[in-house]
Design a protein around this ligand. Structure first.
Ligand code: TRP
Length: 465
């Protein structure tokens, strides 16, 4: 994986080192993009926003906004061949544009820091469930016992803190050592394994007798159930799930060989990521309907449904344990990509070195995570923005999730699209992006007009409504 030190890079391709293959790049990007966003967040926000219509808007956002911005970010990285902020400055200089464009990378970095703080808490929930699976706690569970298991976890700050600390330590460990080859290899095995286990869960879901109901829920749009805030959430999630809007893809793109087609790679990653999310939905909602659970149950949804399914299927303890092991792994590879850019930046600006920077940033992030932990129990009644109707009942944890994904990532992504669409010479894009004539035109049009306008319209509507 990204072994060489970006801060020491001088822009010369040969001295920075490149991905060992196109597959390695695809795996690294998939490792970042497939995470809790797909398995944890997508199902619960779909449940909260009424299903089909939300899914449709989300799919449109992935295709029309997400994948084009993914390409734009990878382009910037490969063209700049430095860390994201420097890359943006260099590309701006080459195209006689203002160096201020790098603000988008800065907004993204702040978002990364905040996201990681609560991401690690949720990663901790998944880690706690490895233990539950392994000790047979899912077996014969009914909705009440499974609910109580989750409730007990949320109610104990100490236990949450333990798992959160462990998860963050794992992330800091990898980042402080630099991303080792081993990770590249494990992604090759573990990502497909997660995919297979999701298929097992979907297989079980087809036996619940409520599979058809779930398919209808997910794929038959009923626009009456979708609010404009739901559209914003779908847009924000398209950024979140593809790891966009915070320069990750620029950092990864900076190690990408010239001969690889950015366009084709971005489509492969976008489709894989979407498939994982849809599989998670197909595994979860049949169980929700079969057990009369609440689709809009919120962030706890997968922890209240999947254990039920594992508890009822043959060899459920084994599959359940494995599933949560893989979920932690998927969360881990994503969390690494959240910590990486901030650490890179601190390393450049201070004398702390690689591991010192990783520990400092990791520690601060861990401390902020405690706010999320307390939001789940002792501070669950603290709703700082309750004076605004939209934020009623939202705790610190909910608000951090909401503002990063739905405001900061789209804003930063919009700036990236404007920069690439309007400031970079068309010829240099044409050479680099690797799309044929017509497709290039489509991508260019989307980046120049559709993405910025769509993000702006959704924002303005939301402010007005
Ligand atoms: N995409 C990851 C997920 O779906 C989360 C993530 C990793 C992320 N890196 C990111 C989100 C960068 C936004 C930006 O779980």
């Amino acid at each position: 994986m990204t072994q060489s030190n970006p801060s020491a890079a001088n822009g010369d391709t040969s001295s920075r080192g490149l991905w060992s293959s196109r597959l390695a790049f695809i795996l690294a990007v998939t490792g970042s993009s497939v995470g809790l966003g797909n398995v944890w967040k997508f199902p619960y926000i779909t449940g909260e926003n009424g299903g089909g219509a939300f899914v449709l808007v989300y799919l449109a956002c992935i295709a029309v906004i997400g994948i084009p911005i993914l390409m734009a970010e990878v382009f910037l990285g490969r063209n700049g061949r430095h860390n994201p902020i420097t890359s943006m400055r260099l590309v701006a200089e080459r195209n006689l544009a203002s160096p201020l464009w790098r603000v988008s990378a800065i907004v993204g970095m702040i978002a990364a820091f905040v996201i990681l703080s609560f991401y690690s808490v949720i990663g901790g929930w998944a880690a706690a469930y490895i233990g539950h699976g392994a000790t047979g706690d899912f077996v014969g569970g009914n909705p009440d016992t499974i609910n109580a298991m989750f409730g007990n976890l949320l109610a104990s700050p100490g236990e949450l803190l333990l798992w959160h600390s462990l998860f963050m330590a794992l992330v800091v460990l990898v980042v402080s050592r630099g991303l080792k080859k081993g990770l590249e290899r494990s992604v090759t095995i573990l990502m497909p394994a997660l995919f297979v286990l999701l298929l097992v869960a979907v297989g079980y879901a087809t036996t619940t007798g409520h599979f058809g109901e779930a398919v209808t829920f997910l794929f038959r749009p009923d626009f009456g159930k979708l609010s404009i805030n739901g559209v914003l959430i779908a847009l924000g999630h398209a950024f979140f799930t593809l790891s966009l809007g915070m320069a990750i893809m620029m950092a990864y793109g900076s190690y990408l060989g010239r001969d690889v087609s950015i366009g084709r790679t971005a489509v492969i990653v976008g489709v894989t990521d979407t498939l994982v999310a849809l599989l998670a939905g197909l595994a979860i909602f049949p169980v929700v309907f079969a057990n009369n659970l609440e689709a809009g149950a919120g962030p706890g949804l997968i922890f209240q449904t999947l254990p039920l399914a594992f508890g009822q299927m043959p060899m459920g303890s084994l599959f359940g344990t494995l599933f949560f092991v893989l979920l932690v792994f998927a969360a881990w590879t994503s969390a690494i990509s959240l910590l990486e850019p901030v650490v890179e930046w601190v390393e450049e600006k201070t004398t702390l070195g690689r591991s010192g920077s990783a520990m400092l940033v990791g520690f601060l992030c861990w401390a902020l995570g405690i706010v999320s932990i307390l939001s789940l129990n002792l501070w669950s009644d603290v709703t700082p923005l309750a004076m605004f109707e939209r934020f009623e009942g939202k705790t610190f944890f909910d608000l951090m999730d909401y503002f990063t994904a739905n405001v900061m990532l789209p804003l930063s992504g919009m700036l990236t699209a404007l920069f690439v669409g309007w400031c970079v010479a068309r010829e240099s894009l044409k050479q680099d992006v690797g799309l044929d004539g017509k497709l290039f035109g489509v991508w260019y049009g989307l980046t120049r007009y559709v993405t910025p306008v769509a993000v702006a319209v959704v924002f303005v509507y939301n402010l007005l409504s």
